[in-house]
Design a protein. Structure first.
Length: 256
C-alpha cells in the first residue's frame, strides 16, 4: 500500500527521533599591524564558561546557514550593509562528533570569513569579551568545544586558497601594490617570500591582477620610507582560479 505525501506528513512525529540542533561557527580572519588575527569571544555562560570560542550560535528557524553565519559575524563585529557584503564568506566544513557539545547532539556548520580592516569586536549579551587575537598566540588560550580543530582547518583552508585563487586580494583595499599583496601572502603563510620572484609570478598569472594606470603618491611602499620610484597600483582581475598556482615555499620544493 502506497502512502501519499500528505498522509505521511500528517502522521510524522519528529519526537520519534533523537533531537539534533544545528549551529554555525565562524573562523573570521583579518590582518592587523602586519599579523594575521582571529576573532574570538570569551564565553560568559556554561558550557565552557570562561573559555574562548569562535563567534557562533544556533541557527534561527527562519534563516539558512549562510544567513546565520553572517548574522553571528555582524553581531560580533558591528559590520553591516555594504561592508558586511564585502566580507568573503564560505562554508568550511561540518562538525558533528556526538560528544562535541555536552548539552545535546549539536552539529556545527563552520564558515570561513576574511576581509581587510575589520573593526574592533563588541561582545554580545552571552559573551564576556571579544578580541582579535594573533594566531601566533592561540596556544595561550583555552578553547571551548572542538574549536581548536575548526580553527586549524580554517587556517589551512585560507593558506591553501591563497595558492590557487585570488582571494588574497580580499585582505586588501580595492587598489593595492604588489608589495602589499606579497605582505598578505607572507602574513597568512608565515614565510618570507622573494620580492622579485613574487612580482614576476603574480604578473604572469592571467587575470590575477590588473593595472589601474596609477601609482602611489610618493616613492617606496605606501606607509613606508620616502625615496625610490613610485609603486604601481593594481586591482583584482577577473580570474577565479590561478594558473599556474602560487605554491607555498615548502610545497614548491616538494613539486620540484
Amino acid at each position: 500500500m502506497t502512502v501519499n505525501e500528505q498522509d505521511f506528513l500528517a502522521g510524522y512525529d519528529p519526537r520519534d527521533y533523537p533531537a539534533v540542533a544545528v549551529t554555525v561557527d565562524v573562523v573570521a580572519l583579518t590582518i592587523r599591524e602586519g599579523a594575521l588575527h582571529l576573532l574570538l569571544i570569551r564565553r560568559g555562560a556554561p558550557p565552557f564558561a570562561g573559555h574562548w570560542a569562535l563567534p557562533g550560535g544556533f541557527v534561527q528557524p527562519d534563516e539558512d546557514l549562510t544567513a546565520g553565519a553572517r548574522r553571528e559575524l555582524a553581531e560580533e563585529t558591528g559590520l553591516g550593509g555594504e561592508r558586511l557584503r564585502r566580507v568573503h564568506l564560505e562554508q568550511l566544513g561540518s562538525y558533528g562528533a556526538p560528544d562535541r557539545d555536552p548539552r545535546m547532539r549539536v552539529v556545527s556548520v563552520a564558515h570561513l570569513a576574511f576581509a581587510p580592516d575589520l573593526p574592533d569586536p563588541v561582545a554580545d549579551t552571552d559573551a564576556d569579551e571579544a578580541i582579535w587575537l594573533p594566531v601566533t598566540a592561540l596556544t595561550s588560550r583555552q578553547l571551548a568545544f572542538d574549536h581548536g580543530r575548526i580553527i586549524d582547518d580554517g587556517l589551512e583552508r585560507a593558506r591553501s586558497k591563497l595558492e590557487y585563487t585570488p582571494l588574497a586580494t580580499r585582505f586588501l583595499a580595492p587598489e593595492f601594490t604588489i608589495t602589499e599583496l606579497r605582505e598578505v601572502y607572507e602574513t597568512v603563510w608565515g614565510h618570507p617570500l622573494h620580492a622579485g620572484n613574487f612580482h614576476r609570478k603574480v604578473l604572469s598569472v592571467p587575470g590575477f591582477v590588473e593595472s589601474t594606470g596609477a601609482s602611489t603618491e610618493r616613492g617606496g611602499a605606501r606607509g613606508g620610507a620616502r625615496g625610490g620610484p613610485r609603486a604601481k597600483l593594481y586591482r583584482a582581475g577577473d580570474a577565479r582560479l590561478l594558473h599556474p598556482a602560487l605554491l607555498r615555499p615548502a610545497r614548491e620544493e616538494t613539486v620540484r
